[in-house]
Design a protein around this ligand. Structure first.
Ligand code: NAD
Length: 387
């Protein structure tokens, strides 16, 4: 018998342990709309540290596991096993953990980049199709209501055909020799055996790419890239410039950097169509700049009258009150909750909730990185990035 979709969904978590960079963001986001209850976890590469931390989060001792394998086995055996498992571990572990979860029939929300190898990303996407589970990737910036408004404006033709997109994600935390972030996650990001074959492009460039694709409704088809390591001794790119041709005819440029000295979180996008442009900065997420050709420039406010259903659907609080990062992440989690709850109830999900990034979006990001690396190795020629 289908359970009530009104109950809180049972959440498990792999990774995101004590002191992790991103674990708290996930937990806070899952609590915001009261859709989830954290009930299980294999939170840490050190099982004992993970169990101590689990206790502080209210996870029962018998559901604080040694590792993800034990978690899968025991949660599968329970009548009240996890409805969703978040994977918030370093990149090189995503495939192994997420694939095992999917094979075990669990719905998954996985961190980006989806995997470190294209073949793994495709295998994961196939497993998700075969097992028919819900799978989301945490490109959390697409949870901002005004990013959804930008997408709705483009889809409604308000800019005309999109011609140009400029997307960037910059910071300067790796501008120095050993990185200056001080965060635990800063260290492994420069180690190819954990991070994968790219640093800047995979770590932040995949966010910039997905933001562009999400807003303009086109997928990247070809790339021409210049990847560089500015800091001597570094094995991976710390700066990336990528020219992009999209499948709907738009042209784009993406800049991803860890060496933009002085920048803390420079994530912005500009989109220009036949009849106007849009500009959005992650540091000012409640303002969408609209530049109509031959009209007055406008600053569109979140939840303002006349905005699309797509952005108002997850606005949560009325205009004038600033919404931010945690709310954006909560929107992704609430979309996923709606998708899972609809399945439990045996009903179709609200189409407005189906805006979360999917395993296919994650795989496209991995392919994009791979194609850009190939292009850079060939001196910057065009390389196919289609999946
Ligand atoms: P981190 O090193 O700070 O934390 C990783 C956590 O995972 C630690 O608690 C560690 O003990 C645990 N862990 C490692 N291997 C494990 C395993 N096999 N089983 C269980 N736990 C394990 O890393 P981080 O900076 O939090 O990054 C984690 C992931 O999140 C990365 O893939 C990163 O790219 C991604 N991330 C995404 C965003 C975003 O905006 N979506 C932001 C930051 C990080």
């Amino acid at each position: 018998m289908a359970e009530s979709p009104a109950r809180r969904l049972r959440l498990g978590m792999v990774g995101g342990g004590t002191g992790s960079l991103i674990g708290d963001s996930h937990r806070i986001a899952t609590r915001l709309d009261e859709r989830y209850e954290l009930v299980a976890g294999a939170l840490d590469i050190d099982p004992e540290r993970g169990k101590r931390f689990a206790a502080t989060l209210g996870i029962a001792p018998d559901r604080a596991y040694d590792d993800y394998r034990q978690m899968i086995e025991r949660e599968q055996a329970r009548p009240d096993g996890c409805d969703l498992v978040t994977v918030a571990t370093p990149n090189n572990t995503h495939f192994e953990i997420a694939h095992a979860l999917v094979q075990g029939g669990f719905n998954v929300l996985c961190e980006k980049p989806l995997t470190t190898r294209v073949e793994d990303a495709f295998a994961l996407a196939k497993a998700v199709r075969d097992r028919d589970v819900v799978f989301a990737v945490m490109y959390g910036y697409t949870g901002y209501p005004l990013v959804r408004e930008a997408r709705a404006m483009v889809a409604a033709g308000e800019l005309g055909a999109v011609r140009v997109v400029q997307t960037e994600f910059l910071h300067g935390f790796m501008a120095g020799p050993s990185g200056q972030s001080g965060a635990q996650g800063g260290v492994w990001r420069l180690d190819p055996s954990i991070q994968g074959r790219s640093f800047a492009l995979a770590d932040v460039g995949t966010h910039a790419l997905f933001l562009a694709s999400f807003i303009i409704g086109q997928q990247v088809a070809e790339v021409a890239a210049d990847l560089h390591r500015f800091v001597p001794g570094r094995e991976l790119d710390d700066n990336a410039h990528v020219l992009m041709r999209f499948d709907g005819g738009a042209k784009g440029m993406l800049w991803a950097s860890g060496v933009a000295a002085g920048v803390t979180h420079g994530h912005r996008i500009r989109v220009f169509g036949e009849r106007g442009g849009l500009e959005w900065h992650q540091s000012r997420p409640n303002e969408l700049i609209y530049l109509p050709q031959n009209g007055r420039p406008q600053v569109i406010e979140r939840d303002a009258p006349g905005l699309s259903a797509a952005s108002r659907f997850r606005s949560r609080i009325s205009a004038g009150h600033p919404g931010g990062y945690f709310e954006a992440w909560a929107n992704v989690y609430s979309d996923v909750a709606d998708a899972i709850a609809a399945r439990i109830a045996g009903k179709p999900a609200d189409p407005l909730a189906l805006q979360f990034p999917t395993v296919g979006d994650g795989a496209r990001g991995v392919k994009f990185v791979d194609a850009a690396l190939a292009s850079a190795q060939q001196g910057g020629g065009w390389v196919d990035a289609r999946v």
